[in-house]
Ligand binder design. Structure first.
Ligand code: BGC
Length: 734
């Protein structure tokens, strides 16, 4: 017995030694990734390859257990790492180790006009994802802001493709520097929530190329994103998660994307198209289409058994699954199998500091008459009014909701900053219902009683800080449905008007990811757009209100005076939300969205794209371009001197827009081509030089189906917002 045992041990030792001498190529990280991918693929069965191409749980997909290749775990995105959910259900798993940092919403990041902050954001959220063992972070979102009614605008980066590109690229690089894949979403044209599963968008190639694709293109070709999520909606009759033009022709052929196309959860609709039109990994399919599933239905996914049958029968060539499996293996090698990737960290003071800094720099001072802000230290009583002063904004909103370690509310922030020098009296003022996904919960409050109480408190205070706006409820800033009106909800207009009658000293802090109508605008002396600020929201708001931090954010989208002034609203139902019967939609506003529309059609906005005030003042002078005329391929260098002429440390964003004087096609009045944020002490001046590539002045020609740069005069408009151009300089392109 003893002898036999020794013999077995010997055999085992020899075989273990033999094994360790011959590490298979796919496990050998001294080998290039492509070689490892090929080696892994060669070692896999057909069944194992297909198993890579679909979910195995709500947020994971299989690895290759036999070969030691690990599973892929994914998480929303894009503002923090979402709580753990149950394996096969949508409810939270109630772990006690998954509370995260909430970073400000992407609209706020975009409003910072600061790509360096986008890199910090990406790195910090990447570290949190890494700590939580996620290989894919489902974000950032770079769909364009086309209508202020879109329920998901808060997850995107505004209405300008150039701005969104400059912010998305460093975010992605930051995330991926930690060995976590960014997943850019939702490709493409997911610009509204109404009928999002089947609205069928049609638009010109020019609008597609000039407005809706550039941020995705930058994310792939410059940011080198390792994964991308298809959108729910259709584009020209085909669902975006298996859209030949978008995925095969543009993304994979033209932009040479070598990563993984992941479906949006429930965005896959048939095996043929999914297999052939560019989808690689199918997630979230439900057996009833969208909302419910029989337990563990993963083998009936379109890219599971039905796909396997097509391959086994020879109806589909094995090269199709080989391509998908290779992409998924490449993603696994880039992330969870990268032994050298850094470790992460979760909900650290450093991440909170990053969140606070981004919130501070993203907050936009919209209006500040009579130097209402910063709040004078002599103010002895402040009435804080409004539900948003205390309501959590990390709960709700849909898939981007977060379970946070903490969230400083505006009221807490205001109390801790001003509580020593002033009495702070809080009143709810108005109230909405509890958050419910896809349902509008009724308010449990007596609106009149709340209003009367608030107005009485306002009358007694020296200053009123009204904290209102939207929230993360359904039909507000929330996934699944669009807003139903442009005005403020829950009778806030009425409340505000009544407050103004008893006390004109009102500072309005708007918490939202969208523009809102402001019928009382003339009466309110100071307005601050504070977005969804995450974990440090309340502190960042207090930093701005007190003047501890000088505001420097700029609007990443236009605030129209009224909804009808918005481009998507100007062409009737067919343009937004689409035909009620067929769900077909035509983007008749074409390339003229946002400020392009307002400028070109001379429709004065309430607040213009790029607008944002400071407590300091700045002077721009010494404008010059490197030459008066350029050849195609050149770079244009614009230089300008910026001086802080006020009393506070502060920052100004120099914005350069371009227009073409005479063109063979309609061109917008002007388009953003470059920007630079400059930080200056009082009296300090800096010379800023900004580069613009001549090719960025081209338009997409419908007839040539290519970019075209015409000779002739162009004008560069330099200013501090789209409606404050200080200098226009003509140049020539030969
Ligand atoms: C959303 C995606 C999200 C996914 C997973 C979908 O409903 O559209 O943005 O990443 O769910 O939660």
């Amino acid at each position: 017995m003893k002898k036999k045992f020794l013999f077995v041990c010997l055999v085992a030792a020899v075989s273990v030694a033999g094994f360790s001498q011959k590490v298979p190529t796919y496990l050998d990280d001294s080998k290039p990734i492509e070689q490892r991918v090929a080696a892994a693929l060669a070692a896999m069965t057909l069944e194992e390859k297909v198993a890579l191409c679909h979910a195995q749980s709500k947020f994971s997909s299989k690895g290759v257990p036999r070969l030691g290749i690990p599973e892929l775990w994914m998480s929303d995105g894009p503002h923090g790492v979402r709580a753990e959910l149950l394996y096969d259900e949508w409810s939270q798993a109630n772990w006690n180790n998954d509370s995260c940092t909430a970073f400000p919403a992407l609209t706020c990041l975009a409003a910072s006009f600061n790509p360096d902050l986008a890199h910090l954001y990406g790195t910090a959220i990447g570290e949190e994802a890494r700590y939580r063992n996620k290989s894919v972070l489902l974000g950032p979102g770079v769909n364009m802001y086309r209508t202020p009614l879109n329920g998901r605008n808060f997850e995107y980066m505004g209405e300008d493709p150039f701005l969104a590109s400059r912010i998305a690229v460093p975010y992605i690089k930051g995330v991926q520097s930690i060995g976590v894949a960014a997943c850019v979403k939702h490709f493409a044209l997911n610009n509204q929530e109404n009928w999002r599963m089947n609205v069928d968008v049609n638009l010109s190639d020019r609008a597609l190329r000039e407005i809706y694709l550039p941020a995705f293109k930058a994310a792939i070709t410059e940011g080198k994103a390792w994964s991308l999520m298809g959108a729910y909606n259709k584009f020209r009759g085909q669902h975006c998660c298996h859209n030949d033009l978008l995925l095969n022709q543009i993304l994979k052929k033209e932009w040479k994307f070598d990563g993984v196309v992941i479906s949006d959860w429930g965005g896959t609709h048939n095996t043929q198209e999914a297999a052939l039109n560019g989808l690689d990994l199918e997630m979230g399919t439900n057996t009833n289409g969208m909302t419910a599933s029989i337990a563990n239905s993963y083998n009936s996914y379109y890219l599971a058994n039905p796909f396997l049958q097509e391959l086994r029968s020879g109806k589909m060539d094995v090269s199709i699954v080989n391509d998908k499996a290779s992409r998924i293996l490449r993603l696994i090698f880039r992330t969870i199998m990268d032994r050298k990737r850094p470790f992460g960290s979760l909900a650290t003071p450093e991440h909170a500091a990053v969140a606070r800094k981004i919130a501070q720099e993203g907050i936009v001072l919209l209006k500040n008459d009579q130097q209402t802000l910063p709040i004078s230290p002599s103010v002895k009583s402040i009435a804080v009014i409004g539900e948003n002063a205390t309501r959590s904004m990390t709960v709700g909103g849909g898939s981007s909701e977060l379970k946070v370690k903490y969230e400083v509310s505006p009221l807490e922030g205001i109390k801790s900053r001003f509580g020593k020098t002033a009495t702070i009296d809080y009143s709810l003022g108005y109230g909405s219902g509890k958050y419910q996904y896809d349902k509008v919960a009724p308010s449990p409050y007596d609106a009149l009683k709340l209003r009367t109480e608030a107005v009485a408190k306002a009358a007694k205070a020296e200053l009123v800080v009204f904290v209102g706006g939207l929230n993360k409820n359904s039909e507000q800033d929330c996934e699944g449905r669009d807003r139903v009106s442009y005005g403020l909800p829950f009778e806030q207009d009425l409340l505000l008007t009544e407050i103004l009658k008893v006390n004109p000293h009102v500072v309005l802090v708007l918490i939202s990811g969208n523009a809102v109508e402001m019928p009382w605008i003339k009466e309110v002396p100071a307005i601050v757009q504070a977005w969804y600020g995450g974990t440090e929201s309340g502190n960042a708001i207090a930093d701005i209100l007190s003047g501890d931090i000088n505001p420097s954010g700029k609007l990443p989208f236009t605030f129209p005076v009224k909804l009808e002034d918005n481009s998507a609203a100007a062409f009737g139902e067919i343009a937004y939300p689409g035909d009620a019967k067929t769900h077909k939609q035509e983007y008749k506003d074409d390339i003229l969205i946002g400020y392009r529309w307002h400028d070109t059609k001379a429709i004065k906005p309430l607040f213009a794209f790029g607008h944002g005030l400071s407590y300091s003042s700045f002077q721009l002078s010494g404008f010059a371009t490197s030459k008066p005329s350029y050849q195609a391929g050149d770079s244009i260098v614009v230089s300008v001197q910026v001086k802080n002429t006020g009393k506070y440390d502060g920052a100004q964003v120099v914005q350069v827009y371009a227009s073409q004087t005479k063109s063979s096609v309609m061109r917008p009045k002007k388009e953003l081509k470059a920007f630079q944020k400059v930080f200056l002490k009082p009296n300090e001046a800096k010379k800023v030089t900004i580069k613009i590539r001549t090719k960025d002045l081209a338009f997409f020609s419908e007839s040539a189906k290519d970019w075209k740069l015409e000779s002739g005069e162009f004008v560069l408009h330099i200013g501090t917002s789209s409606d404050n151009i200080v200098k226009s300089i003509p140049i020539n392109i030969n």
